[in-house]
Design a protein. Sequence first.
Length: 138
Amino acid sequence: MMVPKFRVWDETQHKMLQADCIEFIDGKAYWVEASPADGNVQGGNDGPVGGNSQLKLEQSTGLKDTNGNEIFSGDIVKSSYKYAQPKISQVIMEDGNSYILGEDLAAGNEMLVSDHINEIEVIGNMYENLELLEAQHE
């Protein structure tokens, strides 16, 4: 059984934090307490999550990329398939599964991360490295 793991993007400090405590109301994350991943006592934050909040909660997929890095929702990955050009995409979580977004989600082009785990490398996340996704679509 996988133990859920989370991280938190702090839009005020523009950095990723580790989630220390998450409060839920009616099954949805409501409040988070977070601290810097480096163990420094300075630079933590707490507050509501989601929507227009300054704190954005991201969950681990429970999977690791080809380099052994944990894959979280919101990560930007490079997929290197045998018979195709490398592709830069974002990881999302939906209905308990993790997906790599395709170019046209309405057409169902997303793929399960677990089906392609040996072909995926985390190269950033949607908050710190959005330019990676933008460059893919130019």
